[in-house]
Design a protein around this ligand. Structure first.
Ligand code: AHR
Length: 505
C-alpha cells in the first residue's frame, strides 16, 4: 500500500470550470457520421435518421460541445454541398480520407442533431482549399437572421431561425503536410486574421479558434504558434492544441507519462501565447481550445487510415479501447480541469466509431468503450470552481516523463450546492493507494454522495458488442469521512471519483 495526500482550500481557486472542456468531435470520417450518429433505417432511428441508441449513449456521456465537420475533412469541404434538398446534393471524393462523401448529412442535420442531443455546435471553416469569402458566406448562412440571399436560402432550406453558432474553428491542423492545401505559419496567420476580421463583421458575437500545431512533436512546434499569433493575436479568442496519446513501448507506466506531457504542452503554449502578448504590450490573455485529444495508436496502420476504391463510410480509425486507455483518458481529463484558467474548450476525438467513446454496428447495437466512463464521470460531476490541488505522492521515473507522481488528482467545488467532486488516478500498477483528501474550509459533516472506481485486473480488458460491460465503474466501499478529511482506498491502476457534500459551510 502506498500513501498519498490531496489538499485543497476553499479560497485557492484556479478558475471557474468552463464546461465546454467536456466537448467531443464528429468528423466526416469512416463511420462517425454514417452508421454512427446517422443511420436512416436503423431500428432505433428517428424520422431524421438519427440513431436513438447512439443518442441515448451520447446523453449519458454528457458532452457539452461537439466539433464538426472535421478534422482533415474540413480542408476540402464545401459547406454548400451539405445543405438544401438531399437528393440534389453532390457526391464528392474526400481527399482527406480517400472516401466517397454523399453529403446526405450536412450542417443543418448536424444542428438538428445537436439540439436533440442538447449540445453546443462548434463549426469549422475551410482554410485549406477555401478562404475568407466562403467563411463569411457560411457564417451568414448560419447566423444571419434574414433579408439576405444566404439567410433567405437557409430559410428556404427549412430553418427560419438562425442557428446562432458561437464557436468557430479557423481551419484544421494547417501546419500538417497531410493537410489538403496546408500552409506555412505566415500564410495561415494572415489567412486566419483576415478570415476572423470578416467573420466578426458578419457576427460580432462569435468566438474564434486559430490552429496551433498539429501536435507537440511537430518540427515547427512553438515557432508555429508564435508566428501565427503574431498575425492574429488580436483577432482570435482561442488557440487550438491537439494530442493523441500513444504507447510505443507497450508499457502502461510509460504511457501514463503522456498525461504529464499533455500538462507540459499546455504550460508551454501558455508561455508562447503570453510571450506574444508581452511583445505587443497586450493585457489580453489567449485562451486555449484543446479540440482534439484521445488515445490513438492501435488503429493507425495504412489500412486504418485509407482503403482502396473510394469506399463510402469505410471502417477507419476504429480503435478498440482497453482499460489502460481509460486510465489515460481519465488522467487527461484531470489535466484539462487543472488548467481551467486557460483551457476553455476541449474535444475528445472522436464521438462514435472513429477513435470513439461509443461503438456501433450498422443495423446492430451501440455500446460504451472503456474510455466512455471517465469522460461521463467528469462531465456529470465536475461543476463549479477548480481548486488548486496540492498533491503529495511518491513518484516514479519513465522515459516519456522524468517524474510521474502515482497520484494524479483534481477537485472541483460547486459552492451553490456545497458539493465537491474529487477525481483521482492511482498510477501504481500493483499497489493500492491510501488517499487522504483534506477539503479545507469546505464544510464539515460531509456526506459521501458517490464513490466510484474504474478498476480491472486486466489492463488490456475491452468492452465489445458481446460483452459491453467488461470494464464498468463500481462503487468503492472503502471511503470514510473524518471532519473535513476523506480517507479513500484506491485500487491499483484505477480511476476514481468521490462526490461529497457538506451539511454546513
Ligand atoms: O481525429 C482524426 C484526425 O486527426 C483529424 O481529422 C485530424 O485533425 C487529426 O490529425
Amino acid at each position: 500500500m502506498i500513501a498519498a495526500r490531496l489538499i485543497v482550500e476553499r479560497d485557492f481557486v484556479i478558475s471557474e470550470l468552463d464546461r465546454r472542456v467536456f466537448g467531443t468531435f464528429v468528423e466526416h470520417l469512416g463511420r462517425c457520421v454514417y452508421t454512427g450518429i446517422f443511420e436512416p433505417g436503423h431500428p432505433s432511428a428517428d424520422a431524421r435518421g438519427f440513431r436513438g441508441d447512439v443518442m441515448a449513449l451520447v446523453r449519458e456521456l454528457g458532452p457539452t460541445v461537439v466539433r464538426y465537420p472535421g478534422g482533415n475533412f474540413l480542408s476540402g469541404y464545401n459547406w454548400e454541398d451539405g445543405v438544401g434538398p438531399v437528393d440534389e446534393r453532390p457526391v464528392r471524393l474526400d481527399l482527406a480520407w480517400f472516401s466517397t462523401e454523399t453529403n446526405r448529412f450536412g450542417t443543418n442535420e448536424f444542428i438538428d442533431w445537436c439540439k436533440a442531443a442538447g449540445v453546443e455546435p462548434m463549426l469549422g471553416v475551410n482554410l485549406g482549399t477555401r478562404g475568407p469569402d466562403e467563411a463569411r458566406r457560411f457564417l451568414e448562412y448560419c447566423n444571419h437572421p434574414g433579408g439576405t440571399a444566404l439567410s433567405e436560402l437557409r430559410k428556404r432550406h427549412g430553418y427560419p431561425a438562425p442557428h446562432d453558432v458561437k464557436l468557430w474553428c479557423l481551419g484544421n491542423e494547417m501546419d500538417g503536410p497531410w493537410q489538403i492545401s496546408g500552409k506555412t505559419a505566415e500564410e495561415y496567420g494572415r489567412a486566419a486574421r483576415e478570415t476572423a476580421k470578416v467573420m466578426r463583421w458578419v457576427d460580432p458575437r462569435i468566438q474564434l479558434a486559430a490552429c496551433g500545431s498539429s501536435n507537440h512533436e511537430m518540427p515547427t512546434y512553438a515557432a508555429w504558434e508564435d508566428r501565427v499569433l503574431d498575425h492574429c493575436y488580436d483577432d482570435v479568442d482561442l488557440l487550438s492544441l491537439h494530442m493523441y496519446f500513444e504507447n510505443p513501448k507497450r508499457s502502461t507506466a510509460e504511457m501514463f507519462g503522456n498525461i504529464e506531457v499533455m500538462d507540459l504542452f499546455i504550460q508551454e503554449i501558455v508561455a508562447v501565447a503570453d510571450s506574444v502578448a508581452a511583445r505587443r504590450r497586450s493585457t489580453k490573455r489567449m485562451m486555449l481550445s484543446f479540440d482534439e485529444w484521445n488515445v490513438w495508436y492501435k488503429a493507425r496502420s495504412t489500412a486504418d487510415l485509407r482503403q482502396p476504391g473510394w469506399p463510402e463510410r469505410p471502417r477507419l480509425l476504429e480503435e478498440v479501447y482497453n482499460f489502460e486507455d481509460a486510465l489515460v483518458v481519465g488522467g487527461a481529463l484531470i489535466v484539462l480541469m487543472n488548467h481551467a484558467d486557460r483551457v476553455k474548450v476541449a474535444c475528445l476525438a472522436q464521438l462514435v466509431n472513429v477513435i470513439g467513446a461509443i461503438m456501433t454496428e450498422p443495423g446492430g447495437p451501440a455500446w460504451r468503450q472503456t474510455i466512455f466512463h471517465p469522460f461521463a464521470h467528469a462531465s456529470r460531476f465536475a461543476r463549479g470552481r477548480v481548486l488548486r490541488p496540492l498533491v503529495e505522492s511518491p513518484s516514479y521515473a519513465a522515459q516519456t516523463f522524468p517524474e510521474i507522481p502515482y497520484l494524479c488528482a483534481s477537485a472541483v467545488d460547486d459552492s451553490t450546492t456545497g458539493t465537491t467532486a474529487v477525481f483521482a488516478l492511482n498510477r501504481h500498477l500493483s499497489d493500492e493507494m491510501e488517499l487522504r483528501v483534506e477539503l479545507r474550509g469546505l464544510g464539515a459533516e460531509r456526506r459521501i454522495d458517490h464513490a466510484l472506481t474504474l478498476a480491472h485486473p486486466d489492463l488490456k480488458a475491452i468492452n465489445h458488442r458481446d460483452a459491453p460491460d467488461t470494464v464498468v465503474p463500481r462503487a468503492n466501499p472503502h471511503v470514510t469521512v473524518d471532519g473535513e478529511t476523506l480517507l479513500i482506498r484506491l485500487p491499483p491502476a484505477s480511476w476514481n471519483v468521490i462526490v461529497t457534500s457538506a451539511a454546513k459551510r
